[in-house]
Design a protein around this ligand. Structure first.
Ligand SMILES: *Cc1c(COP(=O)(O)O)cnc(C)c1O
Length: 403
């Protein structure tokens, strides 16, 4: 950009980001300056209905006033103690989150990928200390098309070439099987298997829902073979799919929940592994940690974010509005629509052509969606979205497909 080029606020902001920021994303070109509830406003003053919710990190809606008040209040008292000392928020956070999950212990971290790494470490230690797997022989079964984050260990067991290319060498000890294929899981299990790691719905792969009964059968198989079932509910958890957890659709209690994203309502990175004393008890002092994990600001924010889910009945809203949205989207007729599927306020439209141009057209009409894996449009608005706004978004969707 030169000083001779006249750019509006949007163009200037984008030019700076392109010049100075690494290009590891391909965002839609709007520059958000303000947000409230389900709506965002760009630097030109245009308003958009957010149908991505920061990948379900803002289930409670943008800038929720109660979470904001907690953030400000706690930030004015103490933000970070490190775990070298104790803070008055950590114990309450762990108790409240463990109780919500029907579990016994919590290990707090910051980002989702860190919590997945923590679950992997816990599962391996459990394998060596409790199951007597020979040293360095533990394996974890994961699924084709998984998304568990971006660390080198995690992308090492991804099946997506763009996540992996030129990042090796990768950590050994992972086996991939087709999603939803119980026989393949059984065949992959050995006496050295310590865990199965699953997203109960594969969101980033395009909202892939396993066959009915699969999670129930998988949980039974894991129990029978003394293998831990780890549910990565970072995106599906905390109300997104119309239940508190996606595992609840089949009444399944995993051995470990991995949570993140909406755990803080979008204010602050807070993630956690939630499990039993038997599993998280494998960690002793010095074996694992994080400077920011369990900090009082994050814990206070997360406690309020969880209370908002309950007080505003957001899980029920997700179930009711999601069922309505799915039925409405299914009435849209277009030759490129291959499939429509969803659970709660997570609805996917799979196309036989690129989804990106449709997302661009939706943006022009004031609806923000992001394509998932080229061919899928995902609709996942904040769970606080007003019914009339959701109905308006469906009309914009209809308009895009009818033009
Ligand atoms: C977003 C996500 C992650 C990674 O979380 P980050 O906070 O981006 O590290 C892991 N698993 C699932 C299912 C996710 O959706």
């Amino acid at each position: 950009m030169t000083s001779m080029t006249a750019l509006n606020a949007t163009g200037e902001s984008i030019a700076r980001e392109e010049a100075w920021g690494a290009h590891n994303y391909h965002p839609l070109d709007l520059v958000i300056a303000h947000a409230e509830g389900a709506w965002v406003t760009d630097v030109e003053g245009r308003r958009y209905l957010d149908c991505l919710s920061a990948y379900s990190a803002v289930n409670q809606g943008h800038c929720h006033p109660r979470i904001l008040a907690t953030l400000v209040e706690q930030a004015s008292r103490v933000t970070l103690t490190s775990r070298a000392f104790r803070n008055e928020q950590l114990g309450a956070f762990c108790e409240e989150l463990a109780t919500l999950c029907g579990m016994e212990m919590v290990l707090p971290m910051n980002t989702g990928a860190e919590a997945v790494e923590t679950a992997i470490k816990a599962a391996r230690r459990w394998g060596y200390m409790r199951k007597n797997i020979p040293q360095d022989a533990a394996t974890i079964i994961a699924f084709d098309n998984n998304f568990h984050g971006r660390t080198t260990t995690i992308v090492g067991f991804s099946s997506e070439p763009s996540y992996r290319a030129h990042f090796g060498p990768f950590a050994p000890g992972f086996v991939l099987v087709p999603f939803g294929d119980l026989a393949a899981v059984r065949a992959a299990m050995t006496s050295n298997t310590c865990a199965v790691l699953i997203e109960p719905i594969q969101c980033e792969a395009g909202v892939l829902i396993p066959p009915d009964g699969f999670l129930t059968d998988l949980a039974a198989l894991c129990r029978e073979r003394n293998v831990l079932l780890i549910a990565d509910e970072i995106q599906t958890g905390l109300g997104r799919t119309g239940n508190m957890f996606a595992c609840d659709h089949e009444g399944v209690q995993p051995d470990m929940y991995v949570l993140g994203k909406a755990l803080s309502g979008g204010f602050y990175p807070v993630s956690a592994v939630v499990s039993s004393r038997d599993v998280l008890g494998v960690f002793g002092p010095g074996s694992h940690g994080s400077t920011f994990g369990g900090n009082p600001l994050g814990c206070a924010v997360a406690r309020t974010a969880l209370r908002v889910l309950d007080d505003e009945h957001l899980v029920e809203r997700s179930a009711v509005l999601g069922a309505w949205l799915l039925a409405e989207v299914r009435t849209i007729q277009h030759p490129s629509i291959v499939a429509v599927r969803g659970r709660g306020l997570m609805v996917a439209i799979e196309l036989s052509e690129q989804a990106r141009p449709y997302c661009e057209l939706l943006k022009e009409r004031g609806v923000l969606c992001k394509e998932t894996h080229d061919f899928v449009i995902r609709l996942s608005p904040p769970l606080v979205v007003r019914e009339a706004d959701l109905a308006w978004a469906v009309e914009q969707l209809r308009g895009v497909f009818n033009d």
